[in-house]
Design a protein around this ligand. Structure first.
Ligand code: TRP
Length: 329
């Protein structure tokens, strides 16, 4: 039996952080053997909001690639590619745009939300409105069945299914309807207790040195009511404990929670345990990052071989799509 087709992408809109590692990369690695996996760097998607200053785009594309490989994606198992190297995504996006009602795009919750949230950029653009449809093209062009994403992306999968259905109704069955592949993963808070996000400046980046990581953890906020070492604290009010829940063993979690509640340990002791566990997780990743960063030719070989492989699949789907739409004899 042939394996189901998986597709997912990540935007190179900044350097990746440990939230991306837990929320996306580790999951991608975990399912590599179970499905026919396609993972890509969504550089056109990054342009939908970061079109005015592209000076860091190349660096972010490289950061995503290096982190994917360092986290354990294996180019022998998964097709790893860069969206802009597959022009067929743009062609399918154009064809889909002909038959996609504007209201479907205007109704996607992230459209208005992000426009309101992001104040330093003008997101009143054609490309930004089309963001979910470009994502639909990404998914449909590999005729993917499963899309590993977070819940925030579900509206984009909903519209993808609707667009696929509409295409199939008009022109005949070409595209399967995709499903989300949701895996439970713990929420990774940033150093200030809010969701880890580059917009909040509270990230521990995968590219941070051990010194930078330690410094960030050491200066993290804790239970604001635990001011003196002798004050008893509530671990649930401390972002440090939220990170223990992700990165520390159950025993360690119980130990630091108890120590916090009884003032048996200080916040520094608690942070030391977290730092130790982050080091254990990150050291092998840092090592692999270094080794890939020292081999730019190898990186180019990997992304170009992956993109060629992806392109063959995309070309085959476009043949079907053009034929179905009456663009070919
Ligand atoms: N929108 C996704 C995100 O922000 C990135 C993405 C672009 C994507 N195209 C995709 C994810 C296709 C899955 C499938 O995380």
């Amino acid at each position: 039996m042939s394996k189901k087709i998986v597709l997912s992408g990540i935007q190179p809109s900044g350097k990746l952080h440990i939230g991306n590692l837990i929320g996306a990369l580790q999951n991608w690695v975990r399912i590599q053997d179970d499905y026919e996996c396609n993972y890509f760097i969504a550089d056109w998607h990054a342009l939908t909001s970061q079109y005015a200053d592209t000076s860091e785009l190349k660096e972010y594309v490289k950061d995503v690639l290096v982190n994917c490989l360092a986290a354990g994606l294996d180019p022998e198992k998964s097709t790893i590619f860069q969206q802009s190297r597959i022009p067929e995504h743009a062609e399918l996006h154009t064809l889909l745009s002909m038959m996609t009602p504007l209201g479907w795009l205007e109704r996607v919750p992230s459209y208005k939300e992000k426009q309101l949230e992001v104040k330093d950029k003008d997101l009143n653009t054609y490309g930004f409105l089309g963001y979910p449809l470009l994502q639909s093209a990404d998914i449909m062009i590999y005729r993917a069945h499963l899309v590993p994403v977070g819940v925030d992306q579900l509206p984009h999968l909903e519209i993808t299914r609707e667009v696929a259905r509409r295409f199939n109704n008009f022109y005949g069955e070409v595209f399967p309807e995709c499903d989300g592949l949701l895996t439970k993963f713990p929420k990774v808070v940033g150093t200030d207790g809010r969701k880890m996000s580059k917009t909040y400046g509270n990230c521990i980046f995968l590219s941070d040195s051990s010194k930078e990581m330690e410094q960030k953890v050491r200066t993290m906020t804790t239970d604001p009511q635990r001011i003196k070492r002798t004050d008893k604290g509530d671990p649930e009010l401390s972002p440090v404990f939220q990170l223990h829940k992700v990165f520390s063993s159950k025993e360690e979690q119980d130990e630091v929670a108890e120590g916090c509640r009884t003032a048996g340990i200080g916040c520094i002791d608690c942070k030391k345990v977290l730092i130790k566990n982050l080091l254990t997780l990150l050291e092998p990743i840092w090592e692999k990052r270094e080794s890939f960063l020292n081999k730019p030719d190898l990186l180019e070989d990997i992304i170009s071989a992956g993109s060629n492989k992806a392109r063959e699949k995309a070309i085959a789907t476009m043949e079907l799509a053009r034929q179905a739409m009456g663009l070919k004899n």
